[in-house]
Ligand binder design. Structure first.
Ligand SMILES: Cc1ncc(C[n+]2csc(CCOP(=O)(O)OP(=O)(O)O)c2C)c(N)n1
Ligand SMILES: [Mg+2]
Length: 544
């Protein structure tokens, strides 16, 4: 549909562009303020007023980028990101890179000056086309609309082209000239719910040869679990793979991959998603005589450690009956034996007094990384969402948590410690949009938290989801303690790797208007995890 013209060609273009994105099925817009992009921003605000989009406004573009990423992860639809010119655009780069490497659709709309005002030292003007390099599927540099006939149709065409290639991030750099906007009033038009065309995948058949294992990395999804069952293969599913459940799950996969009678016996590996959490998986794939088939995902790069992968396929099918249960059963049983409880549970046969005492001791016990990961996992149900930051806690969770069919996300495209809170808020907002359902829990280390503290800011009128940001605070980046450098670095280690910090998280929570709970023992942790309603920070002190 073409709207009547306003006094500003910029506004006419912006409205036509955004309305076409809506017609294609886009429902979420995130924007940061600025003058050059005002036509887009005001059109977005008007579309929000008539109930046609969900609009989120964030002052920090880095936060806006990761918020959009979280929304897109949850909705599986492209999200529009609107920014002004200059450094504003560059602040989207981290989220654009993560989206590129994990195959999340983002459509960046950056405002810019017209061509004749670029490269002459105009205020807030830099080389924006190409700023994201190879991290975007495509870049358009669009001249300023000037009111010529056909400009609105051109805007619609642009939206269709961008939407069609947005399997990851794309960049529309849009020039605008004065008048940068004009008042516009929109009336709702009926929107057709359209799902995105999914390309027909060519399936490769797999036989049930024994001594096959299925590996599920980040973004693998439920299909990995299904294929493991159909093949009768043990399933090495990372905690944020979307496949960490089912009868074939092998939680202690790292240990077993190192054992000759388990890892040593593997002949074939089927990989879904992007494995990043172990050294054992890439080592196995590079071992002489192991055949590896990678099922391609949306990520930019195909997983190919040591260039040792034998075949890349779009999808797999399994014909016939699973391999004998003996193979998978052995792995599952051995894994169960390895994941012993951290502390012995109260002895049921003991007398009532001893029983009560040991229960009390369990409630008062200090929280460890393992018990923190397990408690958060245990508190999460299918209507909830779990987001795991980079560093030690996701690794701890990956080593110990039992199989459970819940929605878990981690930014493993580049495994940055940036944007974790914003990503979690995006997932929370999108997953809770319909009716009040579920809580999103975001578990991270203290540096990861401090890196994204700006994401705690909700502007006036912004929706505040049910979210718990759970910070395991060990006073710095203690993951480096476990690396070789901790032994070799000497005095500089604490200053430049651990980067110790003593920031008051409680004060930050209060400054940003979040509820705050400090957890001193396991009993308090369990209570805190089920307590909250609105945005809450749960600080859990951990030993270095
Ligand atoms: C944006 C970014 N900068 C730096 C790194 C390197 N890095 C990985 S883990 C880490 C420390 C994380 O510390 P914390 O969040 O406290 O977790 P802990 O290691 O203590 O569990 C850093 C700096 C990264 N992954 N991403
Ligand atoms: Mg830490």
């Amino acid at each position: 549909m073409i709207r009547p013209r306003t006094e500003s060609p910029a506004t006419d273009f912006a409205v036509a562009l955004l309305e076409e994105f809506l017609a294609l099925g886009v429902r979420d817009i995130v924007l940061s303020p600025g003058s050059r992009s005002q036509a887009l921003a005001l059109a977005a605000a008007e579309l929000e007023r008539i109930g046609a989009v969900r609009l989120r406004v964030r002052i920090d573009e880095r936060v806006a980028g990761f918020l959009a990423l979280g929304l897109a992860v949850e909705t599986r639809m492209p999200v529009l990101l609107i920014t002004t010119s200059g450094t504003a655009v560059a602040n989207l780069h981290p989220a654009v890179l993560e989206a590129h490497h994990s195959g999340v659709p983002l459509i960046v709309l950056s405002g810019d000056r017209p061509d004749n005002l670029r490269g002459i030292g105009s205020n807030q003007t830099t080389q924006q086309p190409g700023i994201f390099g190879a991290a975007v599927q495509r870049t358009w540099d669009v001249g300023a609309p000037s009111g010529l006939p056909g400009e609105q149709e051109a805007a619609q065409q642009l939206a269709r082209e961008a939407f069609a290639v947005a399997s990851g991030p794309v960049h529309l750099n849009l020039s605008f000239a004065e008048p940068l906007s004009a008042p516009v009033t929109l009336t709702p038009v009926p929107l057709v719910e359209r799902s995105r065309d999914v390309a027909e995948l060519v399936s490769t058949p797999l036989d049930q040869r024994a001594h096959t294992i299925v590996v599920a990395g980040s973004g693998a999804g439920e299909r990995a679990e299904e294929v493991a069952r159909e093949l009768g293969a043990p399933l090495m599913a990372e905690v944020a793979s979307g496949a960490h459940f089912g009868p074939n799950l092998v939680v202690a996969y790292r240990e077993l991959l190192g054992w000759p009678e388990f890892g040593g016996a593997v002949e074939r590996v089927i990989v879904f998603g992007h494995p990043t959490l172990s050294r054992e998986v890439p080592a196995l794939i590079q071992r002489e005589g192991v055949e590896t088939i990678v099922v391609r995902g949306p990520s930019a790069d195909d997983y190919n450690p040591g260039h040792a992968v034998s075949a890349f396929v779009d999808a797999v099918t399994v014909d016939g009956d699973p391999a004998p249960r003996e193979w998978a059963g052995r792995w599952v049983a051995a894994s169960r034996g390895l994941i012993a409880p951290e502390e012995t549970a109260p002895d049921a046969a003991a007398d009532a007094g001893t029983h009560a005492k040991s229960e009390l001791a369990a409630v008062r016990a200090e929280v460890t990384r393992r018990s923190l990961a397990e408690a958060v996992w245990k508190a999460t149900w299918p209507h909830d969402r779990l987001v795991l930051g980079a560093s030690r806690l996701i690794r701890e969770a990956d080593r110990v948590v039992v199989g459970k069919k819940i929605s878990v996300h981690a930014n493993r495209g580049l495994a940055g410690i940036d944007g974790t809170i914003a990503t979690g808020i995006g997932i929370a907002l999108a997953s809770q949009d319909d009716e009040a359902k579920g809580t999103t829990r975001v578990l991270m280390g203290d540096l990861t938290f401090l890196h994204d503290v700006g994401a705690l800011s909700f502007g006036v009128g912004e929706a505040r989801p049910r979210i718990q940001v759970i910070v395991g605070n060990d006073g710095g980046g203690t993951i480096f303690d476990g690396l070789e450098v901790a032994q070799s670095a000497g005095e500089g280690f604490d200053r430049v790797l651990l980067t110790a910090q003593q920031v008051s998280i409680e004060t930050l929570a209060s400054a940003y208007g979040w509820a705050y709970l400090r957890v001193e023992n396991r009993g308090q942790l369990d209570q805190a995890l089920t307590a909250s309603t609105g945005p809450t920070i749960v600080e859990v002190p951990l030993r270095r």
